[in-house]
Design a protein. Structure first.
Length: 217
């Protein structure tokens, strides 16, 4: 199904779960607009943001575009907002991985959009984000550093090349990272997480890391 059409189908059901958000379509421009309510674990009101969600043709392989429309969040990357105004919710590989694991608009709102705005609220109160990633290339690389549990970019690149071979080790073999630990106690989880990427995608991430000024052979 076309991404715009799928967005429209799912968006028409949003109001049932989020009464303050409505689906509108004017001049063939579908979108969700309204107030996103943030509540704590006890269901008590924390804050609210005026938002707009617009589809992109590649949905659900990529996130829809989310805009804060109330003027509370500055439009600059330091606040995780792109120059065109849409929110920078996740790093590129993280977004791709989440989408490959399957998203719907409801799940996207619950698991991605609401945490993003909770983090914006945290910054408004404390002056900084909680568990903030860097911007751009550095933030993408930090995703892989976290998953491989190392800042050695050469080791990460070797790991991604190994995943491209599609030859998962036996659980009791030594891990492909060279740690001398058994595979099941080392990088099994990251292998199984990242093997969902195609070889072309893995090659893009490998080249991205290699081009980083931080990369050393």
């Amino acid at each position: 199904m076309d991404g715009i059409l799928r967005f429209k189908c799912e968006a028409k059901e949003i109001h049932e779960f989020y009464p303050e958000l409505i689906f509108v379509e004017e001049d063939l421009n579908p979108r969700i607009v309204g107030e996103l309510i943030l509540q704590d674990e006890q269901g008590l009101f924390v804050d609210s943001y005026q938002i707009k969600i617009e589809p992109i043709p590649s949905f659900p392989s990529r996130f829809p575009y989310v805009f804060e429309t109330g003027g509370r969040i500055p439009v600059n990357i330091d606040w995780h907002v792109f120059p065109d105004g849409h929110c920078c919710i996740k790093s590129i590989p993280e977004e791709a991985l989440i989408c490959k694991q399957g998203i719907s608009l409801i799940r996207f709102l619950e698991q991605q959009v609401k945490p993003y705005f909770f983090n914006q609220k945290y910054r408004e109160i404390n002056g900084f984000f909680l568990n903030e990633r860097s911007h751009g290339l550095d933030g993408n690389i930090e995703f892989f550093e976290e998953k491989f549990n190392t800042k050695d970019l050469a080791q990460i690149v070797r790991g991604l090349y190994f995943i491209k071979q599609r030859k998962e080790p036996n659980r009791v073999e030594k891990c492909f990272c060279g740690s001398d630990l058994k595979y099941r106690k080392c990088h099994r989880d990251v292998y199984r997480l990242l093997e969902i990427f195609s070889n072309d995608e893995l090659e893009i991430y490998i080249n991205m890391i290699i081009k980083s000024p931080k990369f050393k052979f």
